[in-house]
Design a protein around this ligand. Sequence first.
Ligand code: HEM
Length: 398
Amino acid sequence: MHTETETASFPFDRTDALAPPSEYELLRGTTPTARITLYNGTPAWLLTRYEDVKLALTDHRFSADARNPGFPFVSAALRASVGHKHIPFLRLDPPEHDRLRRMLSREFIVKRIDALRPAIEAIVDRFIDQLLAAGRPADLISNFALPIPSAVIAELLGVPYSDHEYFQERGRRMLSSEYTLEQSAHAVVELREYLGALAERKRAQPGDDVLSRLVIERELTGELDREDLKSSALLLLVAGHETTANMIGLGVYTLLRHPEQHSLLRADGQLIKGAVEELLRFLSVVHTGVPRVALEDVPLEDTIIRRGEGVIASIPAANWDPSTFPEPQTFDIRREPNRHLAFGFGIHQCLGQPLARKELEIALTRLFDRVPTLELAGEHLFGPEKSVYGLHQLQVTW
Ligand code: HEM
């Protein structure tokens, strides 16, 4: 049993660029349900074992509904982004969650995403051209990793890419702990207004995109109201952006730092799928894990998590649990099985995962095909830490 005094401030920093915070290893062994303190002094439980994390994500006694008192927010920015009275289905429970998610699920089935391949390839090629045109050395993050997911989601959703600075900047304010609650809340209001105006234009002139289909097939039929439509569109715009961008940047960095794994991949392009899965596990960019709140008392390990208490299920800790992943610190693109939790688990498991996988496969394959001499150069800037871990700058040459 643990006492209230044994609390650690969460989130922990990463001291090694390519490993989760070292605290997890210790806690997993000694205190699998650890008491932590969040940014505003609120206590919560931290889960670090693979099986416990999976349980928190599948057991209906743990809720994802951010309106529950006790819901653990890891930063003011995240609190603000769901503080609005209309919250995205990521932070709702069934039946509301299921109803809203179902309206989008067919947009993300593998077959549909496979059909996007030529569009994604064209986008990736465009940013490889931009990177090469920037001259040596160039920053891979601003020229390649960041703009790709932004352009892809803009294309899919039907948002003009020319507005990317507007939605990227506000998306950052919604996620980053650098901003105050007011700044983040204001970003939510602005993006909702922007998406509302865009939905109005789609209503008058629908296109072949997700937002148009939501307006025509769901809103006009009375299934979906405008506020929920804006929440779902906002979730898509923000959820897949920073996560995928950080995976592309860190993915390139990790491969360049592991030349022998990189050579294996270069010699056999079929290994790309395994390489993407291992990058997802190894990097676990959802740095602050996923938040849940207990709806009733739940006995777990040597503790009872009381009704109303917040739980952080740590994805990075679960993905490095040696009881599930032998030698978790070894980056092995042929790791098999690799049942990582990088996309979460259970009913909230990432809706965009087929898209994220496709983007990563195409971006990494084409970059190394077209620029085979790519290597690291100069400074690499990690952090400051946000809820999603990543590189702010990655200088490369070729
Ligand atoms: C490598 C990139 C990505 C990672 C690591 C990632 C990770 C995650 C995780 C861990 C969750 C579950 C959160 C929870 O249980 O509370 C999630 C949910 C979600 N993700 Fe992703 N994601 C990625 C890319 C994307 C993309 C590209 C999109 C869409 C364009 C997207 C859309 C969503 C949505 C809509 C949800 C909410 C699902 C629900 O609540 O039912 N994600 N993602």
